[in-house]
Design a binder for this molecule. Structure first.
Ligand SMILES: [Zn+2]
Length: 347
C-alpha cells in the first residue's frame, strides 16, 4: 500500500514535470522526447539527444524482409508476449518506391528499428520518407525515433494523444527500459506524430499510390490501415491478428463492425499487426472477427444475467481458442475488458 502510494506520488510529479516541459516547448518543436524532459529535470543540460545520430545496441533476432507485392514487403515478429524475442513480436511494413520508402509501424525497440533499417538498406538507398503508424502501442512505436532522426514524416490516427499523454504510456516505457534493456534504454522516447489524420487520406510517393483508412477507436484509442493500391496489399495493424489470440483494446463494438464491413474483394494480401501475411483476406479477418463476436456474446450474456466476472469467465467454454498462442497471456484480460465495456454499453 505504502509502495503504491509513493508510486502514485511519483507519477503525479513526473506527469506534472513532463506536462510543464511539454507545454513549454510545444510551440517550438513538433515532438518532445520524453527522455529529454526527464534529463532536464535531473540536470541542467539543454543538449538534445536528437541532434546527433544515435547508436543502438545490436539485437540478435531473425528478421527477414518478406515480399508480398511488387513494392510491398514486411518483417514478421514472433508470436509471444511483449518482452519475448527481444521485443520483436509485431510486424512492420516496408514499401519501396522509386522516390523513397514508406514504412508501416516501427517495431518495439529502437534496436529492432535500426536492424530493419539495415535490412532496407540491402534493398535500396532511397530515403525513408514516411512512417504510417497503425496505432500507438509500445510494440509498434518505440522504433519511431530511428526513422524520425532520418527526417521521416510520422503519420498517426486521431486519438493517439490519449495514449501519449497517459500515465500508461510513461509507466510502460519505464517498465520496458528495464525489461527490454539494452534495446530500450534511457535514450528511448515516445516520438509524437507530425501529422494526425481523422479521415481517409490518399497520397503518392514516386510511382506508388497509397490510401490510409482511419478506423477510429477499435483495438486502441485510434487505429488506421494502409492500402498500397498498385500492389493491392493491405496493412491492417492490430485490428487483425493471425494465428494467435488478439489483444483486445478499447471498442469491440466499432472494431467488430469494421471487420464485418471490411471490403476485401480487391485485396491480394493482408499483413496483420502480428502473425504471418495472408493471401486469403477473408479468411484472415475470420479469426479476429469470430473471437470478438464470441467475446461480446459471452460477456454480454454475463452482464445481462448479472454474473460477476469470475463466475462468468469460468462458465465459458474456451476450448476453441485455448490452444492458440498468447491465450494464457491475453484471454482473461481480454474477457475482462469486454465485460467492462458490455456493462457500459448496457447502461
Ligand atoms: Zn501490437
Amino acid at each position: 500500500m505504502k509502495l503504491k502510494n509513493s508510486r502514485s506520488v511519483f507519477y503525479l510529479f513526473a506527469a506534472m514535470i513532463i506536462s510543464s516541459v511539454v507545454i513549454g516547448s510545444y510551440c517550438k518543436t513538433k515532438f518532445v522526447p520524453i527522455s529529454d524532459a526527464n534529463a532536464a529535470e535531473t540536470s541542467n543540460t539543454t543538449e538534445s539527444t536528437t541532434s546527433v545520430k544515435s547508436e543502438y545496441a545490436d539485437v540478435d533476432v531473425d528478421m527477414e524482409l518478406v515480399k508480398v507485392g511488387e513494392h510491398s514487403w514486411y518483417v514478421q515478429g514472433q508470436a509471444g508476449i511483449a518482452t519475448d524475442n527481444a521485443g520483436f513480436i509485431s510486424n512492420a511494413g516496408v514499401i519501396i518506391t522509386d522516390a523513397g520508402v514508406v514504412l508501416f509501424d516501427a517495431l518495439g525497440t529502437p534496436s529492432l528499428a535500426n536492424k530493419l533499417l539495415k535490412k532496407i538498406r540491402e534493398k535500396t538507398d532511397k530515403p525513408i520518407v514516411k512512417v504510417v503508424v497503425s496505432h500507438y502501442h509500445a510494440d509498434h512505436i518505440y522504433g519511431l525515433q530511428v526513422f524520425k532522426e532520418l527526417g521521416a514524416e510520422i503519420i498517426a490516427p486521431d486519438g493517439v494523444y490519449e495514449y501519449i499523454d497517459s500515465e500508461v504510456a510513461s509507466s510502460r516505457l519505464e517498465e520496458r527500459q528495464f525489461s527490454l534493456e539494452p534495446w530500450v534504454n534511457e535514450n528511448t522516447f515516445i516520438v509524437k506524430p507530425d501529422t494526425i489524420l481523422d479521415a481517409t487520406e490518399k497520397f503518392t510517393v514516386g510511382n506508388v499510390n497509397f490510401t490510409i483508412e482511419v478506423i477510429g477507436k477499435a483495438h486502441s484509442d485510434g487505429d488506421l490501415t494502409l492500402f498500397v493500391e498498385n500492389d493491392r496489399v493491405l496493412y491492417t495493424g492490430d485490428i487483425l491478428f493471425e494465428g494467435r489470440v488478439p489483444f483486445i483494446g478499447n471498442n469491440t463494438k466499432h472494431w467488430l463492425e469494421t471487420l464485418q464491413n471490411m471490403e476485401t474483394q480487391q485485396v491480394k494480401a493482408v499483413v496483420p499487426g502480428h502473425g504471418p501475411a495472408a493471401e486469403n483476406p477473408q479468411q484472415a479477418i475470420t479469426l479476429t472477427r469470430e473471437y470478438l463476436a464470441f467475446m461480446r456474446e459471452k460477456m454480454g450474456e454475463a452482464v445481462e444475467e448479472m454474473l460477476d466476472f469470475d463466475e462468468a469467465y469460468k462458465a465459458v467454454d474456451w476450448s476453441k481458442y485455448e490452444k492458440l498462442p498468447a491465450f494464457e497471456a491475453a484471454n482473461r484480460r481480454n474477457a475482462f475488458q469486454v465485460y467492462l465495456s458490455m456493462e457500459e454499453e448496457s447502461e
